[in-house]
Design a protein around this ligand. Structure first.
Ligand code: HEC
Length: 121
């Protein structure tokens, strides 16, 4: 049991270095969160995706269908990152597919901006 003390110190060092590593990842997160800029070509295809693919459940004019309406007034109390998070994560219990893997964070944020500002057109 006399050796347990150095071990405990080693363990807390290990834990501390994991925290430091996570801390560093956290510091570099803003670049990853913002992601690469979305090109004009990609913006056009995301607009198509929103009305066609998302529209297959949310309605072609985003007025709602199987999924709820995706109109600006539905999202006044939610920010771009919250909506982008919903798009990327989905809700497996309610038939909302997760789009991460298909869409980058910046693309999901662009869709979120379309949903908040553009509305049904
Ligand atoms: C297979 C059908 C389906 C497709 C395709 C789909 N959704 Fe959904 N979506 C849903 C359903 C159902 C919900 C409701 C989930 C819930 O109640 O939590 C939902 C919820 C959402 C929400 C949250 C709405 C709210 O009021 O909380 C957003 C935002 C959203 N979807 C965006 C999108 C976008 C953007 C796309 C395309 C990239 C998409 N969805 C494609 C079915 C779909």
């Amino acid at each position: 049991m006399r050796r347990s003390r150095p071990n405990a110190i080693l363990c807390s060092w290990a834990r501390l270095s994991v925290l430091i590593l996570l801390g560093c990842a956290g510091v570099s997160a803003p670049a990853a969160v913002l992601g690469d800029p979305v090109s004009d070509d990609r913006k056009a295809s995301l607009e198509r995706l929103l009305h066609h693919d998302c529209g297959s459940c949310h309605g072609m004019t985003l007025q709602g269908g199987l999924g709820p309406a995706l109109l600006p007034e539905q999202f006044t109390d939610r920010d771009i990152d919250t909506i982008a998070g919903m798009i990327l994560t989905g809700n497996p219990e309610k038939a909302m597919p997760p789009w991460e893997g298909l869409l980058s964070i910046s693309e999901a944020r662009y869709l979120a901006r379309l949903i908040k500002n553009e509305g049904a057109n």
